[in-house]
Every structure is written in C-alpha cells, then in structure tokens.
Design a protein. Structure first.
Ligand code: HEC
Ligand code: HEC
Length: 162
C-alpha cells in the first residue's frame, strides 16, 4: 500500500470511526492504542480481482484514509464526516455500493473542463475533482487515468450523466 496511506491511516480512522475519543495519541502504534482493524493491512490482489468483502476492506483501509484528508483539506466542515456515504450515498447498502452513484451531481458530457464552468461552485469542485480525486481514485483502483485507455477510470466512474 502507498506509504501515504499508512501515514493518514490513524488520523482518518480516528475522524471516521471514533470522533468522541478525546485526545489519545492516535498517531502512535503502541499496544495501548485501541486496536486498529487496518493495522498490517495488505491488499490481497488488484482491486478488480477482489471479492466483495475484500473490496470493503480495501475501501476501509486504503480508499477512505487516502481520500478523507483530500476532501477535508478542500472543505473541512462539509467533509468532517467523510466516509463511505460521501461517495456511495446513504442508500449504499441497498445499492450494494454500485458505482456510479445516481445521487451525486449529474455530470453533463459536454461541460469539460468543469474547472472552467460558469457556475463558480461547479468550477471550484471541478478543479478539485480534476486535480485531487479522479486520478488518485484511478490509481487506488489500479486503473488508468489516460482517456482512451481500455482501463480508463474517470469522472463517470462515480458520477452519472444527466
Ligand atoms: C472516494 C470515493 C469512495 C469512498 C469514500 C468509498 N468508495 Fe467504495 N467504491 C468507490 C468506487 C469509485 C468504486 C467502484 C470501483 C470500480 O469501478 O470497480 C467503489 C466500489 C466499492 C465496492 C464494490 C462494489 C461493486 O459493485 O463491486 C464496495 C463493496 C465498496 N466500494 C464499499 C465501500 C465501503 C464499505 C466504503 C467505506 C468504508 C467505501 N466503499 C468508500 C469509491 C469510494
Ligand atoms: C471517486 C469518485 C469521484 C470521481 C472519480 C469524481 N467525482 Fe466529482 N464528486 C464526488 C463526490 C463524493 C462529490 C461530493 C458530493 C457531496 O459533497 O455530496 C463530488 C462532487 C462534484 C461536483 C460538485 C457538484 C455540486 O455542485 O454539488 C462536481 C462539479 C464534480 N464532482 C465534478 C467532477 C468531475 C469533473 C470529475 C472528473 C474530473 C469528477 N467529479 C470525478 C466523487 C467523484
């Protein structure tokens, strides 16, 4: 797993899983710390070859810790509780985490680049998505962010069209 994941792991799990546990030294790995379900986690295979349980573990131990600090740096208040629901929606269990998520903003095919969108809210998000989210998500999934590549993963991996 990328070194950065390890660095962000404790903090992100702290934010996602146990927001009320005060001022434990959550960056330490000592035995007194609350057991970390992701400690020692190693991805069993490429994402595409994982079964459903393995995908969940990978999301918990790699995707959320990688993505939470990016979203929180973008907007700390809005994404204070960043987690599965942020990408998959609050009906994610019924929808079996299927992506794209129809409840996310519907992204028209004709608007690229969205960082130039006339709506400033869309433009700010477009820039964040282009620089921090799309390519990093492709990397985490072992996919390509090269448009035209058969393994391409991009905006419509998460967003539906209108
Ligand atoms: C940053 C956005 C993001 C977050 C946060 C996230 N996921 Fe995902 N998840 C994805 C994407 C994108 C896919 C689809 C990957 C693909 O195209 O195969 C996915 C796929 C999955 C799948 C496989 C679904 C299928 O159809 O096979 C499961 C299960 C899953 N996620 C569970 C979770 C759980 C549980 C959490 C929270 C611990 C979580 N995800 C957090 C983006 C996210
Ligand atoms: C890994 C999943 C994922 C990918 C890939 C992704 N997005 Fe997003 N996008 C999100 C999430 C999550 C949000 C925030 C949803 C929220 O705040 O409720 C979002 C929000 C947005 C918004 C904000 C819409 C609004 O005004 O509410 C825009 C615009 C957007 N994305 C554009 C893009 C573009 C353009 C790309 C490709 C360059 C892209 N997204 C790729 C997950 C994704």
């Amino acid at each position: 797993m990328p070194v950065r994941s390890l660095l962000f792991l404790s903090l992100s799990l702290f934010l996602v899983a146990c927001p009320t546990t005060g001022d434990d030294d959550d960056a330490s790995n000592d035995d007194d710390a609350v057991a970390d379900p992701c400690e020692g986690y190693e991805a069993p295979s490429e994402f595409d070859d994982m079964n459903d349980d393995e995908k969940r573990d990978y999301m918990t131990c790699v995707v959320v810790p990688e993505m939470a600090p990016r979203f929180q740096e973008f907007d700390a208040d809005e994404y204070a509780n960043f987690g599965c629901d942020t990408c998959h929606g609050d009906d994610r269990v019924e929808r079996e985490h299927e992506m794209p998520n129809p409840d996310l903003y519907r992204l028209p095919l004709s608007g690229f680049p969205f960082s130039d969108d006339p709506d400033p809210e869309v433009a700010v998000y477009g820039d964040f998505m282009e620089t921090e989210v799309s390519g990093n998500m492709a990397d985490l999934l072992g996919r390509s962010s090269e448009f035209g590549d058969p393994d391409f993963f991009g905006c419509y991996g998460c967003h539906e069209q209108p």
